[in-house]
Design a protein around this ligand. Structure first.
Ligand code: BTN
Length: 259
């Protein structure tokens, strides 16, 4: 990835720093190490290719060269954001949805942090916090977007149907313009984190609203319910078949539609 071109494409954004790689293991790992070494707020790590990209739950994230967006942003919690750590994945998902909407697509968020187009996953988000005692010292927001069809792993390695932006649009897209749009949207919504307007915007993209889904959490029996919406803290609100409303907190949670 050519750093000068990237800097030019992102000139409208006040980044805290930029590190680019033609190839790296995982941009989240680089950003976490940089955060531990004092990376400023809004330090960005981008890679053309990741050789050990990571997904949630220690799954692998496939990022072959030149086919995707793979980047991680270091966010230092600002005053008032310490209580909002659970909202940062939603912030990333909302920003990606807005940027895809500007391309004429109709993305949805599979809570907590996957972006879908036509019910297929086009983007995954991995938010990792570095804690200092009870306080989040930094949050690394890692975002992977399938831009070209070649970004997708082989079908036997998929745990949810997947797609790419170019497959959905039938034409090529400017990856750097997309990255800029995502970051601009992210900075806009970060200023509104935790406010009703933020929750409503996030909720407007929520997939499976009014539909039955199954919620799986490690070590807890699976639950099914109809998706109702989001709580202010980013929890998902559902209604069970017997009419009880229950919420599911962000964490190592997996949501599947009930077919
Ligand atoms: C998931 O869907 O489970 C989350 C995938 C997150 C992938 C991105 S790509 C950039 C950043 N670096 C990583 O190693 N992972 C995230």
């Amino acid at each position: 990835m050519d750093e000068r071109t990237l800097r030019k494409a992102l000139s409208s954004i006040l980044l805290g720093g930029l590190r680019t790689f033609d190839q790296t293991g995982s941009t989240n790992d680089v950003a976490l190490a940089w955060a531990a070494d004092g990376a400023p707020n809004l330090a960005l790590v981008c890679a053309e290719e990741q050789t050990s990209g990571r997904g949630r739950g220690d799954r692998r994230w496939f990022s072959p060269a030149g086919t995707a967006l793979a980047f991680s942003l270091v966010l230092r919690p600002l005053p008032g954001e310490e209580q909002s750590v659970s909202l940062f994945s939603g912030l990333g998902a909302l920003a990606v949805c807005e940027a895809l909407g500007m391309c004429g697509l109709h993305p949805e968020i599979k809570w907590p942090n996957d972006v879908l187009i036509n019910r297929r996953k086009v983007c995954g988000i991995l938010a990792e916090a570095v804690w200092m005692g009870e306080k989040a010292d930094s949050i690394v927001l890692g975002i992977g977007v399938n831009v070209k069809p070649e970004a997708l792993p082989p079908p036997d390695q998929l745990n949810f149907p997947a797609t790419s932006i170019e497959a959905e649009m039938g034409k090529s897209v400017d990856r750097l313009a997309l990255l800029r749009d995502i970051l601009e949207s992210l900075l806009h919504w970060r200023g509104l984190l935790g406010k009703d307007v933020f929750t409503n915007a996030w909720e407007n993209y929520l997939a499976f609203r009014g539909e039955q889904v199954e919620i799986r959490t490690v070590g807890v029996p699976a639950r099914t319910g109809q998706v109702e919406g989001l709580e202010r803290d980013g929890s998902l609100r559902l209604r069970s078949r017997d009419g009880q409303v229950f919420t599911v907190q962000f964490g190592e949670v997996h949501l599947r539609p009930v077919l």
